[in-house]
Design a protein. Structure first.
Length: 342
């Protein structure tokens, strides 16, 4: 009996070639975009101050810089035709308008600590959740001046946010302090940077992928899935680390400062924007965080059921977009207004 192996191999080759023709003819597969860049210097204008036995990175006061995205990926119409988002840094090194100190009479002041999410990376200033929160609260306190100060800084975690609070924010006499947390906050900073660099580094394609679009798609998808699995595993294990134990102590320190200074301290948890309308991969981590900090304002249920891609700044940047910031502002406002002022 003659073997059918040559026929099977030939069929596979023909099928592969047909797939190659179709993929190339219709430009199928994941679209590639120009990577985001910062202007004018190619990076974020950081300086440093000495506080809490560390050199704390802060923004250069009175500067303006921008991030620029590939306009072809502006799926929600959030950017202008040049894909540019402008960041204004005030004299305190925080995003937005100048802040008056000491606090003027009859002023209700909220300080939003956090990282690049709170800062609003990829989001126009007026659409960030601190700015939107100010508008919501102003309607609730019509006889007062409401100020919401955006003290979010890119790449911060709990330690840096606490240091910034004691170095620059406590003296601003807040009535409420919120801390926006993300699931990677418990990771060591070098590990976060390494994984981010890996995800942003262009893949080194194999010989077949350099000539075959089909195989290129396969290789890129495999690499993306492997990096995602590594990142997710690192997030999950980070909540068993000494760093997370230290972070919890810092959260308690901030809460204790609230009791002394008579401000309300609110922890806000941003979920991973992934599979929100499917099997979300970090339900267990959220449960652990609720156990550790029962009063956390968890935005998972706020975003649950929404396709994650519709909440991304850009296909190349999965920070929360303007829609996600609006939903966050509405949820945080409810949390602030639910508890009577101290």
């Amino acid at each position: 009996m003659r073997s059918n192996l040559p026929v099977s191999v030939g069929s596979l080759v023909v099928a592969f070639l047909l797939a190659e023709v179709v993929v190339r003819a219709f430009a199928l597969g994941p679209r590639t975009y120009e990577p985001r860049r910062f202007e004018p210097s190619g990076g974020v204008p950081f300086t440093a101050i000495q506080t809490m036995n560390m050199a704390l990175p802060v923004y250069q006061p009175r500067t303006v810089f921008a991030s620029v995205y590939d306009p072809a990926g502006d799926l929600h119409g959030d950017f202008g035709p040049d894909g540019r988002v402008i960041y204004r840094i005030n004299s305190l090194g925080m995003r937005g308008d100048a802040v008056v100190s000491p606090k003027p009479p009859n002023t209700f002041r909220v300080i939003c600590l956090g990282d690049s999410i709170t800062f609003g990376e990829g989001v126009h200033e007026e659409m960030t959740y601190p700015n939107l929160l100010q508008g919501i609260l102003a309607k609730e306190f019509p006889t007062m001046t409401v100020e919401v100060i955006n003290a979010g800084v890119q790449a911060y975690d709990v330690r840096e946010a606490a240091a910034l609070f004691f170095a620059r924010c406590r003296a601003l006499e807040p009535d409420v302090v919120t801390l926006g947390m993300f699931l990677n906050d418990a990771m060591e900073f070098p590990e976060t940077i390494r994984l981010n660099d890996e995800r942003n580094r262009d893949v080194e394609l194999g010989a077949l992928a350099r000539v075959s679009r089909v195989w290129e798609i396969i290789e890129r998808n495999r690499r993306s899935a492997a990096l995602q699995d590594e990142y997710f595993d690192s997030i999950r294990t980070s909540f068993d680390s000494d760093k997370w134990t230290s972070d919890l102590k810092l959260l308690r320190t901030l809460a204790e400062a609230g009791h002394v200074d008579q401000f309300r301290f609110v922890v806000v948890l941003f979920p991973m924007l992934w599979e929100l309308d499917g099997v979300y991969p970090f339900e267990d981590v959220h449960e652990r965080l609720h156990d550790a900090w029962p009063d956390v304002v968890d935005l998972l249920d706020t975003y649950r059921g929404i396709p994650a891609e519709s909440l991304w700044v850009h296909p190349t940047d999965h920070h929360p977009n303007a829609k996600a910031h609006r939903l966050a502002a509405e949820r945080i406002a409810k949390a602030i207004l639910r508890v009577p002022n101290r």
